[in-house]
Write a protein that binds this ligand. Structure first.
Ligand code: FES
Length: 379
């Protein structure tokens, strides 16, 4: 590249050659950048023209305070994320209060770290960046080579104007806040990879749900009436054609045991949608699951196979089950296979029948993993 000229018609400007560019100081490069951008600085007032005043130190301390709070909050987040008791506890067990505080504590510490970091950056800009009023002409198209080369110098100069080089308190606190915050994000990202969800083989928590049978035990389909100890088992005549009910597992051994009843309702992989199709609705059944339904009644896991939201909506006109999170749709008449949206796997079907008492019962647990499709993959 050789020296040349640029500018609007009638105002040709001398452009430095690569050799001249190499010789230029950062200040000259920054000035050149402003000229090339046709920036006219109308007013430039430094916030602290005399370095080292008490006002400047006060401003520096207030910015550093926010970065320090962000760093402390990031540390608190990491400690809480790793060490706070997070395993499920029912309200009847010791440690329930600590367990129920896990999400608020992790959320609050992470949120405050982000907030304090953001406030620190904003406070730094407001307190130390010079008051500048500039006018720049607007141009179309990409920047040329020289403009790109001078941009870094311009940014460096802008940083120098704020005096960042000599503000070690702000540099140290901002570095600690950014570093610890990044560490916290890294810990949160790596944590799910550390535990082995397959530990336990076929008995691993990912393979069994509350619908699992113990020998000689009947697992009923029970609706949630809103009253914990009230047991309402579902019978075919309870539902109109085109209706849907959410049901949970129930065993007679759990009657009167509030803790077990609550656990059955709260366990994330237990909710099932019991759907009654309208009579005569044609269906396609999945190979090997031809007898999982009972007449027009079909029971599918309510946990979306995309990311695990509850697929709470059933549209009787189209026989579609809808997940409100990312709009996946599943066809109830075709073994709940996905027909729209990001889900790629059918909702697992629970094998059901009606026992001699006339109540719906589960014939076995699900025969595949419940929940996001990722978990279906065996190691
Ligand atoms: S969780 Fe259901 S569509 Fe994403």
């Amino acid at each position: 590249m050789s020296a040349g000229s640029t500018g609007t018609a009638g105002e040709a400007r001398h452009l430095p050659s690569p050799e001249e560019l190499e010789q230029m100081s950062p200040e000259e490069l920054a000035r050149l950048a402003a000229e090339l951008d046709e920036v006219e600085i109308v007013h430039l007032g430094k916030k602290f023209p005399i370095p080292g005043t008490r006002a400047e130190k006060r401003a520096e301390r207030s910015v550093a305070l926010w970065f320090t709070l962000a760093a402390l909050s990031a540390v608190a987040f990491i400690v809480a994320f790793i060490a706070w008791p997070h395993e499920y506890r029912s309200p009847f067990e010791a440690g329930y209060t600590m367990y129920s505080l896990y999400t608020p504590v992790v959320g609050a510490t992470f949120g405050f770290a982000v907030l304090a970091l953001g406030i620190g950056v904003i406070a730094y800009v407001k307190k130390f960046f010079p008051d500048e009023v500039s006018v720049q002409q607007r141009h179309d198209g990409p920047s040329d080579e020289i403009a790109r080369r001078t941009l870094m110098a311009q940014l460096t100069e802008a940083g120098k104007e704020t005096g960042i080089a000599r503000r070690s308190l702000i540099k140290r606190s901002a570095g600690a806040a950014a570093g610890l915050f990044g560490l916290g994000v890294g810990v949160a990202a790596l944590a799910p990879l550390i535990r082995n969800p397959w530990k336990g083989g076929d008995e691993a928590a990912l393979w069994v749900t509350g619908w699992r049978h113990a020998p000689g035990e009947t697992v009923y389909l029970r609706r949630d009436t809103g009253v914990l100890g009230e047991i309402s088992r579902v019978r075919p005549e309870d539902m109109e054609p085109g209706a849907m009910e959410t049901v949970f597992p129930f065993r007679e051994s759990e009657r009167g045991n509030d803790e077990a009843l609550l656990h059955a309702q709260r366990a994330s992989d237990n909710p099932v949608m019991l759907i009654r199709l309208r009579p005569g609705t044609p269906t396609i059944k999945r190979k090997g699951q031809e007898d999982f339904n009972y007449g027009d009644f079909y029971a599918f896991s309510k946990i979306c196979t995309h990311l695990g939201c509850p697929t709470s909506l059933y549209e009787a006109q189209t026989n579609r089950i809808l997940c409100p999170c990312h709009q996946s749709q599943f066809l109830a008449t075709e073994y709940a296979k996905p027909v729209f949206g990001p889900a790629t796997r059918a909702l697992p079907q629970l094998p059901i029948t009606v026992n001699s008492e006339g109540y719906f019962v589960a014939r076995s647990d699900f025969i595949e993993a419940v929940g996001p499709a990722f978990w279906e993959r065996r190691p």
